[in-house]
Design a protein. Structure first.
Ligand code: TMP
Length: 227
């Protein structure tokens, strides 16, 4: 079976880390080797970009700089880590991926989506996740959780309207995609984990049906009209 790239998305304080652990456990229980990544970050250079983009500077950080750094980090991660892991038959779980850029830099900062689309084509081509689990949380709830963990960084200090716009964009993207699912992350952690497990089990069953060698053969036979 081909390995998959599964991404967890959501605003700050949505609870991505514990959901990633849950998914990792699920995949390991199915016998898969799993690698976890995060964005921006996940390679030495991309981690340096992460530091750079999150810290506060004594100069204006333009939204163009922020956007380009996100795609620079993503390109490093996909080419140096995600694709090689998948080629070695490992399943990859991403803490954020391209949908974050559309939500934060597109929705939040207001950068034209055609610019993002051009950058995506240049850096990723047709590479995309097989499944995106979006953890939906109201910005005020998520930011309060993030504040409880420590001081907010440059992006986290962008204000409520920024996060409200990012959330609106996330919700639009998820409802327009057949590869993304929304989970209500304002419930208790147990309830969130229960919803994630149900969504994952359902997705995995369908994935098995369409991605085992037998299923691939059935699809070829069907397409060529041979019975
Ligand atoms: P986090 O991984 O701790 O959530 O931190 C990543 C921060 O970077 C978070 O504030 C979201 C932001 N971000 C973007 O603005 N655009 C992106 O494309 C990505 C991947 C992250």
């Amino acid at each position: 079976m081909n390995p998959s790239f599964i991404v967890v998305e959501g605003l700050e304080g949505a609870g991505k880390s514990s959901v990633i652990e849950l998914i990792r456990g699920f995949l390991v229980s199915k016998g898969h080797e799993v690698e976890c990544t995060r964005e921006p970050g996940g390679t030495p250079m991309a981690e340096a970009i992460r530091e750079c983009v999150k810290q506060t500077w004594d100069e204006v950080v333009t939204q163009e700089t922020e956007l380009l750094l996100m795609y620079a980090a993503r390109s490093q991660l996909v080419e140096n880590k995600i694709k090689p892991a998948m080629a070695a038959n490992k399943w990859v779980i991403g803490d954020r991926h391209d949908m974050s850029s559309v939500a934060y830099q597109g929705g939040g900062r207001g950068i034209d989506l055609s610019v993002l689309s051009a950058l995506r084509t240049m850096t990723l081509g047709s590479f995309e996740p097989d499944l995106v689990l979006y953890l939906d949380v109201e910005p005020s709830v998520g930011l309060a959780r993030a504040k409880g963990r420590g001081e907010l960084d440059r992006i986290e200090l962008s204000g409520l309207t920024f996060f409200e716009n990012a959330r609106k964009t996330y919700k639009k993207l998820v409802s327009a995609s057949d590869k993304a699912m929304e989970i209500n992350a304002m419930q208790t952690m147990d309830a969130v984990h229960c919803d994630v497990t149900i969504a994952l089990q359902k997705w995995y069953a369908t994935y098995l049906q369409t991605h085992t060698p037998d299923a691939a053969e059935r699809n070829v036979t069907k397409a060529s009209g041979v019975r």
